[in-house]
Design a protein around this ligand. Structure first.
Ligand code: FAD
Length: 375
């Protein structure tokens, strides 16, 4: 089977699908290759579902810029097309003088990143909003919310298909070769192996993006693309405790931000859960270890004194595709055209951990700007 595509996207997670929706047009051959039977079976269905406002990320990074833009674009899209979401707002709660001292720094950084409506609440103001939360002060972030990421992916697919894009499931990219005017991609599907050529190739392979970059001949150790898997577990909170807070409640993150800390989170049906935890792992395994329940309980009790040990049940886990090793400073998203590696039109998206969901529409526009000149 030999055919020629204009644009091929590897990976039907939220990022690949967002890009497919952005680039699909009647007069373009656009393909999405997905190794699984369905879309969004990996990180895009194993996350907190939070529309972040962009407080945490160092100024000027892609994470900061694309989160801020993505937040606004996502609310616009949800409002216009009826995609399930709720602008709940969030509190970042300080429970010690030391943490209270961090709030101003977080607020300043958030404001520089363009997060809207941030303000510091005194103890009294915090208690007025959330009487059941314990703490000495907090930041209110009104533009933080939650989204139905499954509905968002369905929307992206509908958009992409309207533009004529095709999604091939159970189709794993297993080889990439640079050819005269693009790339020859080898694919394994249920019927065997075939290859085709594509002018532009976009690597949105999530937890496997480093392997896909390697298929194209990139030395991933040298390029700094080697991923480190970092697991995040969630515990559901029962016992009717979901009615005791209205907003998302986050702790003040530790200085080296590996994650945003175990926080209180809701789904659109109002079910409450705690998570995600953080521990680096060697392989992909989504089991939740019930022995971690004590850690969740201890972390949450500090600002949610109403939670009882028996309220917690293991729920699910996700794996972050991190570029930083344990103890290293936060690393930015890599989203780049690999022309300088002799691979023009090969676009790598590496390390798209949080806030990848929030940033998905902004990432799609960013990628479009990288490839528009080739078309
Ligand atoms: C615990 C946790 C909590 C998070 N919370 C939030 C949050 O609250 N807010 C937020 O904004 N973000 C959050 N994120 C981040 C967000 O979930 C991710 O950034 C986003 O889902 C990444 O999407 P993706 O499309 O890049 O990757 P994925 O969803 O992993 O999709 C990649 C796809 O590529 C496919 N693939 C891989 N290799 C191949 C191949 N060779 N051939 C064909 N297909 C292939 C895979 O099967 C997969 O379907 C969280 C992440 C985690 C882990």
């Amino acid at each position: 089977m030999t055919y020629r595509a204009d644009i091929t996207i590897i990976g039907a997670g939220i990022v690949g699908l967002g890009i497919a929706a952005q680039v699909a047009r009647e007069d373009r051959e656009v393909y999405v290759l997905e190794k699984n039977e369905k879309f969004g079976q990996e990180t895009s269905s194993r996350h907190s579902g939070v529309i972040h406002s962009g407080i945490y990320y160092p100024e000027g990074t892609l994470k900061a810029k694309l989160c801020g833009t993505g937040n606004r674009l996502l609310y616009e899209l949800c409002g216009k097309y009826g995609i399930g979401h709720r602008r709940l707002g969030k509190l970042i709660v300080a429970t010690s003088d030391e943490e209270a001292g961090e709030l101003q720094k977080l607020l300043d950084r958030g404001q520089r990143n363009g997060a809207e409506g941030l303000r510091i609440l005194s103890h009294r103001e915090m208690k007025e909003l959330e009487p059941n939360v314990a703490g000495i002060a907090a930041i209110l972030s009104p533009s933080t919310g939650i989204i139905d990421s499954y509905a968002l992916m369905k929307f992206f697919i509908a958009r992409a298909k309207e533009g004529g894009a095709q999604i091939a499931y159970q189709s794993k990219a297993v080889g990439i070769e640079k050819v005269a005017d693009g790339y020859k991609v080898a694919v394994e599907d249920s019927t065997g192996k075939f290859s085709f050529t594509t002018r532009i190739l976009i690597n949105c392979a999530g937890l496997h993006c480093d392997e896909v970059a390697e298929l194209a001949g990139i030395d991933i150790a040298r390029a700094g693309y080697k991923l480190h898997y970092c697991k995040g577990e969630y515990f559901s909170v029962g016992g009717g405790k979901n009615t005791l807070v209205k907003r998302l409640i986050f702790p003040v993150p530790p200085p080296k931000v590996t994650g945003v800390g175990i926080h209180v989170n809701f789904d659109l049906e109002g079910r409450m859960r705690l998570g995600p935890s953080i521990h680096y792992v060697d392989s992909i395994d989504y089991a939740v270890d019930n022995q971690h329940k004590q850690l969740f309980y201890d972390s949450a009790r500090v600002f949610l004194p109403f939670i009882e040990y028996g309220d917690l049940e293991p729920e699910m886990a996700g794996i972050r595709p991190k570029l930083q090793e344990p103890g290293e400073d936060i690393k930015d998203f890599v989203i780049r055209d690999e022309s300088d590696k002799g691979l023009p039109g090969f676009i790598n998206l590496i390390g798209i951990e949080s806030p990848g969901l929030t940033a998905s529409t902004a990432i799609a526009k960013y990628v479009w700007d990288l490839i528009a000149g080739y078309l």
